[in-house]
Design a protein around this ligand. Sequence first.
Ligand code: ADP
Ligand code: F6P
Length: 319
Amino acid sequence: MIRKIGILTSGGDAPGMNAAIRSVTRVAMASGIEVAGIKDGYKGLVNGEFIDFERSSVSDILARGGTILGTARLPEFKEESVQLEACKKLEEAHIDALVVIGGDGSYKGAKALTDKGINCIGLPGTIDNDISGTDMTIGFDTALNTVVECVDRLRDTSSSHHRCSVIEVMGNRCGDLAVYSGISCGAEIVVTSETGYDEEAIMEKLRYLDSQGKNHAIVIISEKITDVSNLAKKISDHTGFSGRATVLGHIQRGGSPSPNDRVLASRMGEKAVDLLVSGVGGHCVAIVHGDIISLPINDALMMPKTQKRHLYRLFDRLV
Ligand code: ADP
Ligand code: F6P
């Protein structure tokens, strides 16, 4: 029987993490289960930084971005001795089970703790939408909204100056933020690890668009592909457009979560508690075709990333 659930956020923060913390807390408490918030991810866990939550501990956090618990990266958590120390701290605090909100690195930590006897459930919290097994992660929708707002603004100024705006978005090698925003904003070019990077093809396309009388162009490119300032300079040198680069950066991680993220996080938090109450551990929660499901963390980690070929094909047909 579960008497106390611990909850932590780990890896990069994402809007909607607070909504998930609130949901886990309120659903657990409604079933008579106590909840402890754990500060700064696995780092706080190993250091025993626990806060016994009241119902009011999660009041007024639903609309707030970031995570009230704080998050951190602790590379040493891969070591068994550090994981055993975490188990000891949990036992001392009478915490029987854990909800971990984070990305697939955080999932690996949750799986390791489950193997050591503490049931853990992972919730997908990242703006990158790069977790296999789920159609959507908590935070992606909000980040996409932020990107779209920024790109729309950049289009206004680009079209006034016959410019090409090169906009770098996050994604940690996943192209979803780029291709979703490309479709949403009517970008001319999207470059991701899925499309590959062909500089000459980009120049050629921009020269063609210029020759067709286009007065601006938007290139959305995933981070970690190329230096966007260099690319913008080359665009100025080799096409009729004047190039300007914008790196959206951590702006994409902040802000109040969208209603979709709030609902997704609340549904996933509820599922995590229900799983723990029924004795399940080592699973992660996912949304598939609108249904909230769970699957073993190992299965999610081993699944190939979902291909979004249909979105790239659509993008090409819309340009
Ligand atoms: P994300 O969870 O967003 O993928 P990271 O990959 O940075 O972010 O992982 C977050 C944290 O999860 C790491 O700092 C570490 O504490 C823990 N972690 C990552 N990989 C492992 C692993 N193989 N075993 C145990 N814990 C891990
Ligand atoms: O995983 C979320 C993310 O924002 C990625 O998109 C990005 O590559 C990375 O985290 C940035 O990490 P940091 O906040 O450590 O700079």
